[in-house]
Write a protein that binds this ligand. Structure first.
Ligand code: PGA
Length: 256
């Protein structure tokens, strides 16, 4: 993976109260050695309601994990009942924000334009987006994977300059593999991720593209992480279901 530090992010989705989140991070900290978290960047993305509690724990115990949010609004403040801004997430010392997860796109109707606005808001507040892209099964079967994924990468990075783009994390998550127990084959995921990298090279530069970390996501677990990490294009994973159990998450981080 050409010197790129792997990044494994736990997407807890709408799971865990703040108390459960604290417990999970504490347990993780007992299971992981310092070296594990040096070799692999570990990011936890709890629900909004647990961000403060987890941030306090990370700070107090100087735990070497990044904090990420799962969503964000594109405006800094205003009359947007129920929304949370990038300014607020930055104040909690979030380092990452998942943007454009397929559940946001499919269940909450987020368009490419909305995703792009969120990406820019994340950068404007000094954080890094984990930009999610991926095709449905119907799109894959119709041979439309490349168009869909490349289109989402281009749209999501609209208006993003070189310095910011160099720091992006992209998560390639085929929708048919999310939460289904049916993971993509590492070779297939690696091929699509290669296309994403080529898109970055075309949009920015080859050097920039070689430095960007691109994760695979979709039914990653301790039993299949090694195959993904062995692929030279794949720089980590965005893990949903399997990340809820700290023991499983620790095994994923220690994949070697
Ligand atoms: P999964 O979810 O690991 O449960 O398939 C991945 C994701 O949605 O990020």
């Amino acid at each position: 993976m050409a010197g790129r530090r792997p990044i494994i992010a736990a997407n807890w989705k709408m799971h865990k109260t703040h108390l459960e989140a604290i417990q999970a991070v504490q347990k993780l900290s007992y299971l992981l050695e310092r070296e594990d978290a040096e070799r692999v960047e570990v990011v936890v993305c709890p629900p909004f309601t647990a961000l403060r509690a987890v941030q306090t724990l990370l700070d107090a115990d100087r735990l070497p994990y990044g904090l990420g949010a799962q969503n964000v609004h594109w405006e800094a403040r205003g009359a947007f009942t129920g929304e949370v801004s990038a300014l607020m997430l930055q104040a909690l010392r979030c380092a990452y924000v998942i943007v454009g997860h397929s559940e946001r796109r499919e269940v909450f109707g987020e368009t490419d334009d909305v995703v792009a606005r969120k990406v820019r808001a994340v950068y404007a507040n000094g954080m890094i987006p984990i930009l999610c892209v991926g095709e449905t099964l119907a799109e894959r079967d119709a041979g439309g994977t490349e168009d869909k994924v490349v289109g989402q990468v281009r749209a999501g990075l609209a208006g993003v300059g070189d310095d910011d783009a160099a720091r992006v994390v992209i998560a390639y998550e085929p929708i048919w593999a999310i939460g289904t127990g049916r993971n993509a084959e590492p070779a297939d995921a690696g091929e699509v991720i290669g296309l994403v990298r080529a898109t970055l090279a075309a949009l920015y530069s080859k050097d920039l593209a070689e430095g960007v970390r691109i994760q695979y996501g979709g039914s990653v677990k301790a039993g299949n992480i090694r195959g993904f990490m062995a692929h030279p294009q794949i720089d980590g994973a965005l893990v949903g279901g399997a990340s809820l159990d700290p023991e499983e998450l620790a095994l994923i981080v220690k994949y070697r």
